[in-house]
Design a protein around this ligand. Structure first.
Ligand code: ADP
Ligand code: MG
Length: 146
């Protein structure tokens, strides 16, 4: 699987599979920024990602607490997978409180829903754009930048 690619998914399961395969390419320090409207499949994508990273617990959206962390193993090292959801961030204070800058510099893999709401994103990151074409079809665009 290439990292700069466009996909079309016709089901929730297919989106999870794409994310699961993509997860295999992730390394410690990677930041994945998810963009797309409500219902475009960002959380579904994160669930597939988590599956690919070997996380066995169910991923639920961290909508109210903004951030959740899960222990993972990558190249024989234990690190954390952080799942952020900025949908409910309320102004600069909230963003500040999350300590994004610190998080981005960690030995971790970070995925952010509603990444457009973060004031700053690292230049080196992977953008994932999700777009609903119809009820079950999603366009998924993965772009490594920086
Ligand atoms: N191809 C698809 N990929 C992902 N989700 C899909 C797809 N087709 C239908 N869906 C549905 O769209 C919704 C996506 O929800 P969710 O992942 O929570 O969106 P977001 O986090 O972007 O708001 C789910 O109800 C899911 O079942
Ligand atoms: Mg979501």
């Amino acid at each position: 699987m290439k990292i700069n690619k466009n996909y079309q998914s016709s089901s929730e399961e297919e989106t999870k599979k794409i994310a699961k395969d993509f997860a295999k390419l992730l390394k410690s320090g990677d930041v994945v920024a998810l963009f797309g409207d409500l219902g475009s499949g960002k959380t579904v994508f994160v669930k597939g990602l988590a599956r690919g990273l070997g996380i066995k617990t169910t991923i639920t959206s961290p909508t109210f607490i903004l951030i959740k962390s899960y222990p993972i193993y990558r190249a024989q090292k234990s690190l954390n997978f952080y799942h952020l959801d900025l949908y409910r961030v309320n102004g600069a204070k909230d963003i500040e409180r999350l300590g994004l800058e610190e998080l981005f510099s960690k030995d971790a893999i970070v995925v952010i829903e509603w990444a457009d709401r973060a004031k700053t994103l690292p230049k080196k990151r992977i953008d994932v754009f999700l777009e609903a074409i119809n009820g079950h079809t999603r366009r998924i665009k993965i772009d490594r930048r920086g």
